[in-house]
Design a protein around this ligand. Structure first.
Ligand SMILES: [Zn+2]
Length: 150
């Protein structure tokens, strides 16, 4: 199956969604495709990697649609957005209700893996009166992938 998801249909769907519609009812085909791709991997993916995977699945995105779908998923906390040292944004599917997220950035091959973080895990104490809302941890090192270039 080969079909095109364009920015116009994504915009129309958002603009004409009935008021009070359940948030998940606004999962447009583009958003559904992106979240499916993110859930199918334990890594955080770049725009380019998501585009490539969609193409491999027979789906063509235009870039604007992909960016909008990702931003929407992040806003709804269905996906997390993280930048590693290379300053490239990567996206991962949110895991359950946990807003905290840990990553492993392989400094050899550049892959960013999502790690599980126990809810309420607080690696640092925040000053009195401060309120932590979300924890994001980046672990750096070398992964165990067979084709990791070391
Ligand atoms: Zn690696």
């Amino acid at each position: 199956m080969d079909f095109q998801i364009d920015a116009a249909s994504d915009t129309l769907d958002s603009a004409h969604a009935p008021l009070g519609h359940a948030p998940l009812g606004r999962l447009t085909p583009a958003r559904q495709t992106v979240i499916r791709i993110l859930k199918a991997t334990d890594r955080a993916l770049t725009h380019h990697e998501i585009e490539q995977q969609a193409r491999a699945d027979g789906i063509q995105f235009d870039r604007v649609t992909l960016y909008r779908a990702l931003e929407w998923l992040v806003t709804k906390e269905l996906a997390h957005k993280v930048a590693a040292e290379d300053r490239i944004w990567r996206f991962s599917a949110a895991r359950g209700a946990n807003r905290d997220q840990a990553y492993f950035h392989c400094t050899s091959c550049g892959s960013v893996y999502c790690l599980d973080l126990a809810p309420g895990y607080a690696p640092v104490a925040v000053p009195e009166g401060f309120k932590a809302k979300r924890v994001e941890i980046m672990v750096r090192g070398e992964c165990a992938k067979a084709d990791c270039k070391r």
